[in-house]
Design a protein around this ligand. Sequence first.
Ligand SMILES: [Zn+2]
Ligand SMILES: [Zn+2]
Length: 354
Amino acid sequence: MQKTMKGVVLPGNSTVEIKEYPMPVPGHGEMLIKMKSSTICGSDIRAIYHEHVGKGPEGYQGFIAGHEPCGQIVSCGPGNRRFKEGDRVIIYHISGCGVCNDCRRGYMISCTSDKFRRAYGWQRDGGMAEYILAEEKDLVALPDELSYTDGAQVACGFGTVYEGLEKIGISGNDRVLVTGLGPVGLATMMLAKAMGASMIIGVDGVKERRDLAVKLGLADLVLDAGPDNAADVKKATGGMGCERSIDCSGNDKARLVCIQATRKWGKICFVGEGGTVAFLPSPDIIHDQKTIYGSWVTSIWKMEELVERIVRWKIHPEDLVTHRFPLEKAGEAYALMASGRCGKVAVVFDEELK
Ligand SMILES: [Zn+2]
Ligand SMILES: [Zn+2]
């Protein structure tokens, strides 16, 4: 096997550096995984690529980037219990201590250990490299029906969306409003449709994103972001509003649209990060008996459940990928993702490089 490998780091000035690393060797309970697909997340752009936002244990610490990795195990350290060489796997992107209350619930995202909570692509090496070293406990099996690029999307984006949608519950009774049609918003539409939503309305200020939602057949109606959004959603829903709304933008105005365009007794979920929101509690939520949920990433057992359902629903998260790049062109991949004029962007290897 080769002695070194290439990996991508993000200096925090909107550039990408490709560096040479020694080949990692798996220790106890660890697996060496040949990368097959590594997708770029909005948070990579927001919190690492342009500048390193957030310091301390949750900040980017100069490791190989990429927290949406999917690949194939090439060697196992001693002590492996379930996974073996040749297995296709998704990596849940935060490695937790395994023994705090949050880890025991499967929410390693919320692990309370300062020493052992390390996210791939932030505080330990991630997926923008030829190989990644991962802990066996962080792996989810990728079914044969799904491609590696399907799996990479589950590692963060689709998992996050699934958790939010499960919190508010989606069925054929629901018309669903999605604000922010970047990859997370498109994933929300794809899953809401699979769960049976009877109408899906999307809002975004970028034309390419609205067009993509329509082209993929995910939206019944798309609206350009503007002051009339709440009124237009009500008009499209017989004056009532949507039963469920999900904000994937993190934008204050879009969050308010979600709240105001939701029907009486409806549920709203905030998934998009950052920013703020101002609303009038009495008319906007209290009098109409509405509930607002917050949702952050997901648990590893829910990620496993999602993978099973994606197969049953016969959907392919990779359909949201509009651009694929080889590792050598990671610079172009990040720049395109930062422009927002695209769907999901993936860095891919071997058979995924089509
Ligand atoms: Zn992410
Ligand atoms: Zn923990």
